[in-house]
Structure formats: structure tokens, C-alpha cells
Design a protein around this ligand. Structure first.
Ligand SMILES: *Cc1c(COP(=O)(O)O)cnc(C)c1O
Length: 229
């Protein structure tokens, strides 16, 4: 087995283990392989192993990859901070934008999506630990922001929430943040009376903390290091 195959096996085992304490089952979980430090060869390898959801955080790296890997049925996820002036380069190839956190970006995404005649899937990014170094909405702003996106941007589909937790040596200490994300997620679902297949995605958990995020109800995890190291 290649290293990536072994890594993937281990991640899958850890997912199974974490889910024994969760309401979700394995089939509910969407694994996004974050390839920001991976080569095209490695992306191709993990695709061959069945992981079709690939995450990137830089437009400059994503663009040439999208071209040279266009023969593969990859679902591209954009997980990084997205500058408004870069939207036009990636919008027609992106399966899900994880980092919607401001009106100017919503406006630009909506305008470009409308011009292409598509509905764009987005997650609203929340700065759950109120870190100055991180992007994302204050937890108290989420309901209003979702409301305004639903009102004003008919070519955006708000699929759920995303957060990047702080890095802590002991991920157990992040549990309250993931718990709070889950509460906000459920609150939004209730407030807007979403159906089961709408606003159904809670994207949280990375290499250091996905086991805790899964226990607290994440159904999309974004793993880089543990897969491509
Ligand atoms: C890099 C990155 C990840 C993956 O992080 P790892 O710790 O390598 O698993 C997930 N989400 C975002 C937004 C990232 O930038």
C-alpha cells in the first residue's frame, strides 16, 4: 500500500471510532482532502482511492490544477479566505465555497453565479473562538447574515456552516467550540425551517481535532496533513 492509502485507512478508522459517540453514521460524513500542501500526483492518488472531494485555499494553486486534472470528476472545495477580485477565476468550477463571511463576497459570488446561470453552494464561516487572526462571522451575527443572504442573493445556496478551530495541543479542549457550532447550526435550521436536504452541512474538524468535531456533530471534515504527510 502507498503511504496515502495507509493514511486514508487510518483516517477512516478514526472516523469510525469517533462516530460511535455521535448521532451520525459513516455514510453521513463527507471527507474533504485538503490538498494545499499536496502535489497533483498525490491528488490523483487519493482520487483513485475514492476521495473525490478536494479542498484548496489559494486561487493561484487551484487554477492550474483544475485544468490539468479536469479529466477527473473532482468536486473542488474552496476552504480559504476568498478575495472578491479572485471570484471570477474559480466560480464555474467550484462545488462548495466554505468561506462566505461578508456581504461584499456574497454580492460578488451572487453576481457571477447569476451571469453563469448557476446556483452556487456556500457555507457561512464562523469565527467560533473569536480569534483576531481568523476570518469568519461572530457567532451572534450568523442568524442575521443567513437571513440577509436568503433575502438578497437568489443565486447562492447556503448549505450550512464552517469553522476553523484554534490550534490546541489537546483537542479535547476544543469541544465547547464544536458544541457551540452545532447549537448555532440547529438554531439556524429551526429558525428558517429548512428541509432535511437544505442547510445540512456542518464543516468542522481538521487533522488535529476531527475526532472531537465528529463527536460533536460535524458531518464534513477537512483533512490535509493526516492524508498527505
Ligand atoms: C489546511 C486546512 C485544513 C487541513 O488542515 P490539516 O491540519 O492539515 O488537516 C482544513 N481547513 C482549512 C480551512 C485549511 O486551511
Amino acid at each position: 500500500m502507498s503511504d496515502i492509502a495507509k493514511n486514508l485507512e487510518r483516517v477512516k478508522e478514526n472516523i469510525e471510532k469517533a462516530l460511535s459517540n455521535s448521532k451520525n453514521s459513516f455514510d453521513d460524513i463527507n471527507l474533504v482532502a485538503v490538498a494545499k500542501n499536496a502535489t497533483e500526483k498525490q491528488i490523483e492518488k487519493i482520487w483513485e482511492l475514492g476521495v473525490k472531494d478536494i479542498g484548496e485555499n489559494k486561487v493561484q494553486k487551484t487554477l492550474p490544477q483544475m485544468k490539468s486534472l479536469s479529466h477527473l470528476d473532482i468536486k473542488w472545495h474552496f476552504v480559504g479566505h476568498l478575495q472578491t477580485n479572485k471570484v471570477k477565476y474559480i466560480i464555474d468550477n467550484i462545488h462548495l465555497i466554505h468561506s462566505l463571511e461578508r456581504h461584499s463576497l456574497a454580492n460578488e459570488l451572487n453576481k457571477r453565479a447569476k451571469a453563469l446561470g448557476i446556483t452556487l453552494n456556500t457555507l457561512v464561516q464562523v469565527n467560533i473562538a473569536l480569534e483576531e487572526t481568523k476570518f469568519g462571522l461572530h457567532p451572534d451575527e450568523v442568524l442575521n447574515f443567513v437571513d440577509e443572504v436568503l433575502e438578497n442573493y437568489s443565486n447562492l445556496n447556503v448549505k450550512g456552516l464552517m469553522t476553523i478551530a484554534p490550534y490546541l495541543e489537546d483537542a479535547e479542549n476544543l469541544r465547547p467550540y464544536f458544541y457551540e457550532m452545532r447549537q448555532i447550526f440547529e438554531e439556524v435550521r429551526e429558525k428558517f425551517d429548512f428541509n432535511d436536504d437544505e442547510f445540512d452541512t456542518l464543516s468542522m474538524g481538521m487533522t488535529n481535532d476531527y475526532h472531537i468535531a465528529l463527536e460533536e456533530g460535524a458531518n464534513m471534515i477537512r483533512i490535509g496533513t493526516a492524508l498527505f504527510k
